[in-house]
Design a protein around this ligand. Sequence first.
Ligand SMILES: N[C@@H](CCC(=O)N[C@@H](CS)C(=O)NCC(=O)O)C(=O)O
Length: 206
Amino acid sequence: MKILYTPMPGLVHRVEVVARELGLYDAITWERAMPYDRPSHLTDQNPLSKVPTLITDDGVALFPGMVIYEYLESLAGPKLYPTKPAERWPAMHLLSLGEGLWDMTVQWNNERKRPEAEQSPEQRARYLAAIERVLDRLEALAPSFSGFHIGHIAVAGCFSFFDFRRARDLETNEFGSVMPDFYEGRPTLTNWLTEVRKRPSFAPTD
Ligand SMILES: N[C@@H](CCC(=O)N[C@@H](CS)C(=O)NCC(=O)O)C(=O)O
């Protein structure tokens, strides 16, 4: 099977963490695709031109990330999706928060990448407010986090992108603004992140 994705130095993608946790990383051909360039090797498989996209050995293209995680779990699990209802649905709640956080961050980032005259400050503020609300919810939930499951990967994986993006903003100022420090004022979440990201599966590939 193959996964089309966008490797970046120092950034670990959630789909990579899932593949490592399930022992499938080496069974996958990892192929670079830049979604905003709409390359045909990506759009032929996923007309939305989004990464990650997985192509099974039978030639079925799977996306978005949540479907890929479930597919990988079906091959090598059960491991990352709790099976008892009392644990499963809170884990799914975290997965939804983590995926939504990612999507909202991508939208915020895309908005600030547009030429300044075309940007909508209201829209940017709406995205940012949603991001902050999700993070506040995660801070409130963090004391109850236990074990390690797909919801935790979805949440912690966002912070790999936050670290990457904020460091790059501070270094290059390429979009004329700096991503906020999303750790600030969220000590419980920060402590949990520090621990969970010690897992070998969160180490960047390069
Ligand atoms: N929720 C989606 C998020 C994927 C996503 O936003 N990917 C971005 C790159 S970080 C992308 O492909 N953007 C291209 C576009 O939106 O046109 C998933 O899990 O697959």
